[in-house]
Design a protein. Structure first.
Length: 245
């Protein structure tokens, strides 16, 4: 398998400020078995419904109009940090719903040492939230980037809960990095994963990144969802986009 050398493309124009980290309640801690837990209670997403969020996570793969350009939807979600997204498998209706797999590439704060190149399985996806489990990951050590490597066991999960609220949606996130096992407790969680995959400073960068991308939903998702429902965006959908060489 050829290795693609991922680098962040030039940021998309963004005429507004991201929500700051202080807009959310965040926590990062080592669990007793050494797994790294990160939790976020986001600021209220005003004007964003649970239906919109569930629809978005099924339809990330494609394009949309943004600031007068047709660009990948995934890049609009975080105009600075997001690099590439593709539904590796799709459901019968062509969407990335529960049971499918997705390829995600991003770099928190646009830094090479915070590069994420993974394939996640969608364990759950409905109007109550989404649960992702990482099945393959590429290592990034300095200038070296490995091909995607099958992990064999679950070492990372990300859960987002959507909670209906007056004026919008409460959005809560929980990421766990590590394995709930004797091997995880003795070697993997405190030694191998922090060194090879996800050090704690990367966890802090993820907290900020996730607060920014989730807060950004307010800026584009209600309008885009309305246009989609009206049939104005359907001609611009491009499923199964191809990664850059």
């Amino acid at each position: 398998m050829n290795t693609t050398h991922w680098t962040p493309p030039p940021p998309l124009a963004c005429p507004w400020q991201f929500k700051p980290l202080s807009s959310a309640k965040t926590r990062m801690q080592r669990l007793p078995d050494g797994r790294l837990e990160m939790m976020i209670k986001h600021d209220l997403l005003r004007g964003v419904t649970r239906e919109m969020l569930a629809w978005w996570f099924c339809h990330i793969d494609g394009t949309m109009e943004y600031m007068g350009q047709i660009v990948p939807r995934y890049r609009v979600w975080h105009p600075r940090d997001h690099i590439f997204y593709r539904d590796v498998t799709t459901a019968a209706d062509g969407t990335g719903s529960a049971g499918t797999r997705r390829h995600i590439v991003e770099a928190f704060d646009r830094k090479r040492r915070y590069l994420v190149n993974i394939i996640d399985r969608v364990v759950k996806l409905d109007e109550t939230g989404i649960l992702l489990s990482t099945e393959q990951a590429g290592l990034s050590l300095g200038a070296f980037q490995s091909p995607l490597i099958p992990l064999g066991v679950e070492v990372s999960t990300l859960q987002h809960d959507f909670i209906a609220a007056p004026l919008g949606t409460r959005y809560e996130s929980r990421m766990i990095v590590g394995r709930d096992s004797l091997f995880g407790e003795v070697l993997l969680n405190r030694r191998l994963l922090p060194w090879l995959v996800f050090p704690e400073d990367m966890g802090a960068a993820w907290l900020r990144h996730n607060v920014e991308e989730v807060g950004h939903f307010e800026r584009f998702l209600p309008t885009f969802y309305e246009r989609w429902q009206a049939g104005k965006e359907r001609a611009e959908v491009v499923f199964g986009s191809t990664p850059p060489e």
